[in-house]
Design a protein around this ligand. Structure first.
Ligand code: CFM
Length: 528
């Protein structure tokens, strides 16, 4: 029996039938089809989050100059307050509200009599105290259930205060995971923010999409891009702002780091404003180098290409000695990675370059294209995916602008540039690796016992379970308290943290107390 069967065999036949489509072992050369983006089984300890988490927590949350009011009970705000390490800095022109937690604190009476009044009051208060240029409202489950019209409240407030007010109906229960929330956020930003600015296009301008500045990743990527000479119009959305995002339509090119959370905006920008998008990966030396060279190839300016190579050589040299050392400390180690919908893939090349092989991997909420590549699109819609609105945009009559002709784009695509394309996780995962979609706690523990990876990358929910079993763990959502991990310098930080974790003697000392000494002492009945 292989390890997949050993784990799945422990399920009832009904569970087995569901999970067997989501748990596969990679076979070289096979199509490797996986079931994804379907409902989690009730009662199973899934690691997924909710729609509100995807919209407010992930996509709109990092916009620093926006007052983001959560319309719902206080718990939804409290648990989302400061837990994702999307860093941001304000400056003399940009307010930064990220440290604040704005909530309407709905009570039972509001659920019975409606919460719109409370929301209006919260907006008024926010305007009076903070004077923001933009307010965003995110609703949580009860709001959807009682039917508060947050969009009407937003429209009224927009008129009354003469600022931008955008509402997102991202109630937690919508969709099957946080992925639906990404889509709702993408739609709202596209409809209400992007394209509303009046900045003029600048040379070599790019947007960085799907980069959330966790642990400062975005700052490190932007530092390298600026060194080469690119002008960054907006970052969506790490350390991002409403002020910048309004002008995102003026960029020459969009770079997509996290495909899962933002592919909708990338596609809509192409249709509406003519901006091409390129899939990049700024994690891992090979990933960064390839991405920087792809961007240079898109612009095809000899000076920019030469500067790209000079910056690559310089940045690489700076970390070379450290990387060689860490590689020697990590030789032949194995890893498990479970994250949301894109990082599992992004970290493979970085681990590979350090001599670490990924043997167990998975996603919480990825779709089939994130695993198998965009050639599987369009995917069949089911009742749950239909539940999330999909908007269509049309060519903007005045702002549509293309950087290259259609023929040139065709040439670049043929030359291998990942324009409008993404190969998915399969492109880099090793043969025989075990993949678990919508991973749950039972399968995680069972595979951990069977495959015994040297390190486990995931998040706060499973970190300590893993460590108690004697396997070191690093959080790949929040980077624990470390980072950045992106870019050249980030790769070195990552290598250091992994080396420290794998080589700490503490984990081999972890042993349950009852294995070495009795924890219960008693007598058998009737004995003296
Ligand atoms: Fe994209 Fe993300 Fe991820 Fe994601 Fe996330 Fe995250 Fe993630 Mo946590 S946007 S899909 S919803 S790369 S918060 S910054 S680490 S699960 S793999």
């Amino acid at each position: 029996m292989d390890s997949r069967d050993k784990v799945l065999d422990q399920y009832s036949s009904k569970l087995y039938k569901n999970r067997k489509e989501h748990v596969i072992q990679i076979e070289d050369g096979e199509p490797n089809v996986i079931a994804a983006d379907t409902r989690a089984i009730p009662g199973i300890m899934t690691n997924r989050g909710c729609c509100y988490a995807g919209c407010k927590g992930v996509v709109i949350g990092p916009l620093k100059d926006v007052v983001q009011i959560v319309h719902g009970p206080i718990g939804c705000s409290y648990y989302a307050w400061g837990t994702r390490r999307n860093k941001a800095k304000g400056d003399e022109n940009t307010k930064n509200f990220l440290e604040y937690c704005f909530s309407t604190d709905m009570q039972e009476t509001d659920i019975v009599f409606g919460g719109e009044k409370k929301l209006k009051k919260a907006i008024k208060e926010a305007v009076e105290i903070f004077d923001p240029a933009c307010i965003m409202i995110a609703s949580t489950c009860p709001v959807g259930l009682i039917g508060d019209d947050i969009h009407a409240v937003a429209a009224e407030a927009e008129e009354m205060y003469n600022i931008k007010v955008v509402a997102f109906s991202c109630e937690g229960y919508k969709g099957v995971s946080q992925s639906g929330g990404h889509h709702i956020a993408n739609n709202g930003l596209m409809k209400n923010v992007i394209g509303t600015g009046d900045a003029k296009p600048v040379k070599y301008s790019i947007n960085l999409l799907g980069e959330y500045n966790i642990g400062g990743d975005g700052w490190e990527i932007c530092r390298v891009l600026k060194r080469i000479g690119y002008n960054i119009v907006s970052v969506m959305t790490g350390d991002g702002s409403y002020a910048e995002m309004k002008n995102a339509h003026t960029a020459d090119l969009n770079l997509v780091q996290c495909h899962r959370s933002i592919n909708y905006i990338a596609e809509m920008l192409k249709t509406k404003y003519g901006t091409e998008w390129l899939k990049v990966n700024f994690i891992g030396i090979e990933g960064i180098k390839q991405s920087l060279r792809d961007v240079a190839a898109f612009f095809n300016d000899p000076a920019l290409t030469a500067k790209t190579e000079a910056v690559i050589a310089d940045e690489e040299e700076e970390i070379a000695v450290g990387m060689v050392y860490y590689k020697s400390m990590l030789k032949d180690k194995t890893a498990a990675i479970y994250v949301g919908g894109s990082r599992t893939h992004h970290y493979i090349n970085l681990l590979k370059s350090l001599g670490v092989e990924v043997i167990l991997a998975g996603y919480e909420f990825a779709h089939r294209d994130d695993y198998e590549g965009r050639q599987v699109l369009p995917l069949k819609m089911d009742a749950d995916s239909k539940n999330i609105e999909s908007i269509t945009v049309v060519k903007d009559p005045t702002k549509y602008r293309t950087f290259h002709t259609e023929e040139r784009i065709k040439e670049l695509k043929e030359a291998g540039l990942p324009i409008e394309s993404y190969d998915g996780l399969w492109a880099d995962i090793a043969d025989k690796a075990m993949i678990t979609d919508d991973y749950n706690q039972f399968e995680t523990e069972a595979f951990l016992k069977l495959l015994k990876p040297d390190i486990f990358f995931s998040g706060i929910k499973d970190k300590y379970i893993v460590q108690r079993s004697g396997v070191p763990s690093r959080q790949l959502h929040s980077y624990d308290y470390s980072g950045p991990y992106a870019g050249f310098k980030g790769a070195l930080n990552f290598a250091r943290d992994v080396t420290l974790a794998v080589n700490t003697p503490a984990f081999s000392l972890v042993q349950a107390p009852w294995k070495s000494e009795p924890t219960l002492i008693g007598n058998l009945g009737g004995m003296e």
